[in-house]
Design a binder for this molecule. Structure first.
Ligand code: HEC
Length: 439
């Protein structure tokens, strides 16, 4: 392109850009949802003011000052509070100011009349943000998606694997792609199959923007049903042993419980002070174990909703946690430290799995021993009896990000960052299938 043509092109795109009004749905709602939602939503309306639907943004809070005056950013509290010099009064409170680009966007939106292009004014902003983030899955992948989540179907014949904006079902015998299920977040972080029915639970989202917890029903043509919008990505899902409850955790620091039959959220546990990376049920179904970036792993009683034990011997964010099969002990791991075993009653450290090394990313307690997957691509099996590595599998060339065990416990699968899945046989110490999960 010659210089004059380029200049013309730039001038043209600039003028086109300037002519286009700011979109509430695409540009303003994501900023308000991400930066204001935590303190001005249903669960928490600071200053008597909510910012979670277009309609509510207009409703005056405790101060009595108009939050928005169409065409007049200078008279609108929503704009004035972004520019406030006093850090105590500036919004978002107790956080960095919005970047100038976002302040300018909101200013221009108000100056242009603060119009709504997001449908009904009562629609939650979370819904508008979700719509803009749930895109169709690419037909062919430019490069394989990291295998961040894996789960065997209850009959053990298929493996559900995370993809981009989708879940894939792969046949284990043939290594063939059986089905793609779209309408899901770009990044899938966890998968769990219901212990009795064929329902599949999915967690995922976009960090610091939005997260979703979904249930997929294979009996209803793989219909995807959203259970909850989270203000940050969802990071884990787990069914209770009787299948009645689904637990989910996320970047919003919360653990949520859902009634599987109705899909309704029945409980919100907000005790961690940072994102909750993992959550798992005890075999009795009465307790949960959690792993958080706040460097603690906790046991929660489902009866009281309180943490009954806190394990905090971690020097870094906790990556994963799980109960031992007897549910008396729990395991947790952080980067740079050995897997720790602790007492689920009092949280006290009881021993370490030093054989697993200090680069464990994922852990999966099976009935006989612990399976671990590491940053160096190794998968290990360590029996509880002596804690000596019984088997090490060297199949992966990239870090292991997910593990799943098949019903029966003899076969398990590991997924790596490079998109490769290995299906291993514990009895014969070798892999039975290996494939790259890229359509
Ligand atoms: C960490 C919590 C927090 C966040 C995040 C937050 N606010 Fe607030 N906001 C408050 C509190 C507390 C008040 C009430 C005290 C006050 O008015 O300063 C308030 C009050 C307000 C009010 C005045 C309401 C009234 O009429 O009294 C407006 C307007 C407002 N916030 C806008 C925003 C906007 C816009 C954002 C996002 C850019 C935001 N807030 C993010 C905590 C927060």
């Amino acid at each position: 392109m010659t210089f004059s043509r380029l200049a013309f092109f730039l001038a043209l795109t600039a003028s086109l850009h300037a002519a286009e009004p700011v979109s509430f749905r695409r540009e303003v709602a994501p900023v308000l949802h991400r930066r204001c939602g935590a303190c001005h939503g249903e669960e928490n309306a600071k200053g008597g003011y909510r910012l979670d639907t277009y309609e509510r943004i207009w409703k005056t809070g405790d101060s009595g000052d108009a939050p928005l005056v169409a065409g007049k950013p200078g008279e609108s509290q929503v704009h004035a509070r972004l520019l406030e010099q006093d850090a105590n009064d500036r919004m978002p409170q107790k956080a960095d100011a919005l970047p100038p680009r976002e302040v300018a966007l909101i200013e221009r939106w108000i100056a242009e009349g603060a119009a709504n292009d997001g449908g009904a004014p009562q629609r939650p902003l979370a819904e508008l943000v979700r719509e803009s983030l749930l895109l169709p899955a690419p037909e062919k992948y430019a490069r394989p998606a990291p295998v961040t989540a894996l789960a065997f179907s209850p009959d053990g014949t298929q493996l559900a694997v995370s993809g981009y904006y989708e879940i894939m079902l792969w046949d284990i015998d043939t290594g063939a792609l059986v089905r793609r299920i779209g309408g899901l977040p770009q990044r899938i972080t966890a998968l769990a199959w219901h212990p009795q029915t064929r329902l599949l639970a999915v967690a995922g989202g976009s960090p610091a923007q939005w997260g979703g917890v979904f249930l997929i029903d294979p009996a209803a043509d793989f219909r995807v049903r959203l259970l909850a919008d989270l203000p940050d990505t969802a990071l884990s899902v787990a069914f209770s042993p009787d299948g009645k409850l689904l637990a989910a955790s996320g970047g919003d620091r919360a653990i949520r419980l859902f009634d599987t039959a109705t899909g309704k959220q029945t409980r919100l546990l907000k005790q961690h002070s940072d994102s909750v990376q993992a959550v798992a049920f005890a075999r009795d179904g009465l307790r949960l174990v959690s792993a958080s970036r706040d460097r603690t792993a906790r046991i929660f009683s489902l009866e009281s909703g309180e943490a009954t034990a806190i394990h905090d011997d971690h020097a870094a964010p906790v990556l994963a946690a799980a109960f031992l099969p007897n549910s008396k002990g729990a395991l947790s791991v952080t980067r740079g430290q050995a897997v720790q075993q602790w007492d689920a009653e009092n949280g006290k450290l009881s021993s370490e799995f030093t054989d697993a090394g200090r680069a464990v990313q994922v852990l999966l307690p099976t009935s006989r021993g612990l399976l671990t997957g590491s940053l160096d691509g190794l998968v290990r099996f360590i029996p509880y009896a002596d804690r000596r590595t019984l088997m090490t599998w060297f199949g992966h060339r990239d870090c292991v990000e997910s593990l799943a065990v098949a019903p029966g416990g003899q076969v398990f699968a590991s997924g790596a960052h490079d998109g490769e899945v290995c299906v291993w046989n514990l009895a014969c110490e070798t892999w039975v299938r290996r494939f790259t999960t890229s359509p």
